[in-house]
Design a binder for this molecule. Sequence first.
Ligand code: GDP
Ligand code: ZN
Length: 459
Amino acid sequence: MNHDTIAAISTAVGEGGIAVIRVSGPDAVGESAKLFRSKSKITEAESHTVHYGHIVDPKTGDTVEEIILTIMRGPRSFTAEDVVELSTHGGVVAVKRVLELLLREGTVRIAEPGEFTKRAFLNGRIDLTQAEAVIDLIRSKSDRAFSIAMKQSEGALSKRVKALRHTLIELLAHIEVNIDYPEHDVADMTSAFIKERCKEAEAEINKLLKTAREGKILREGIVTAIVGRPNVGKSSLLNALVQENKAIVTDIPGTTRDVIEEYVTLGGIPLRLLDTAGIRETSDVVERIGVERSRSALEEADLILFVLNVNEPLHPDDRLLMEQLRDRRVVILLNKTDLPTVLEIAELESVFAADSIVRLSVLQETGLDVLEGVISRMFFSGELETADLTYVSNVRHITLLGHTLQSLADAVEATDMGIPIDIVQIDVRTAWELLGELIGDSVSESLLDQIFSQFCLGK
Ligand code: GDP
Ligand code: ZN
């Protein structure tokens, strides 16, 4: 535990936005109380309580700021120490003034970059991957990215790495038993067992590495393909979402020749939108390039917006798409509801969940808010996330997982070569240690400093 108390402005000081000063350490409550005037006596206040009052300069008696003060007593706080958060809505000057008052007596000192998070880590409050998620949190721009970072922060990656380590420690125990009691004479079974377990671990690590791709979502959004037959309104939808006329909108079927990409935030969730040429067989060469691209866009998409025209009956191509999209994360968009409905909606409802079917008219700009709601619901319910719930987002993770994979491969190779299991054990142990390093179980002080120096002040 640290014996000094630190403080810093922990939110970006914007134009008129709320700014928070975070104070952490044994004197957090006491020092704040010296400046705080309110009905409640905060030195006696319970943990996780919120108080309204004013910051008063004890020397001059001047009221500096109107604030909301939150008390979180250790260990039930971010740093596991006593934490006080002072929220002000005044501008930069007021916030700095409050901070200066706090620091004036010398009991509280200004926090170093990343020091709050470092304390949380050192006090066993969070592990290293969670700490790193905080870095992503700081860097993430949209609400959606924020929530992914939160998920990791809650330890999704750590959980899987811990499970892996558990498997390996069991394996190590198993090997140990066989080294200690060789008379059991189960050597053959053991090497088969070691191989099997190592292969399992390898598969899991490969999965985690594959999700490194999903880690990009943080910056690039959910890859979303807009598909449907020509002229149903895909480009119009894209334009409506982007609110810029970047895609060419036209009445001539099949003129969206290429895949156009746009980045939008819908319901707080960043989407990378791909507008594709209509998915259909065609003899036109130029068109076909577009169609090929839309096929691959369809394959790589995390989310598919399938657009249909309610003013036309289902076309064989629609039924083909319905078949292809059956098990995908898809929103069915029934467009042109300003025109009479002839589309067999019941048939669509027999294939797709009712709450994934949205009626809209891009022309009249109705229903777009519903689409927004559906995407947001899908995301927050986890439906949109199966691939990237646990994701690997930084170079250190990827490197360590790569090394772990190598150690496991070495172990498998060694068993294949008939090398004694006490030697094989070394590779397994290395793999276990590398995973430990990933979640911060065995990190050196210098690595810690490297990681925490990446933080902004106040986190
Ligand atoms: P795409 O080929 O699927 O990309 O379709 P477009 O976006 O190019 O639209 C084809 C035509 O349908 C254009 O004339 C649009 O103005 C029109 N359109 C798009 N949305 C609507 C709608 O909601 N209602 C009506 N009546 N027409 C629409
Ligand atoms: Zn188009």
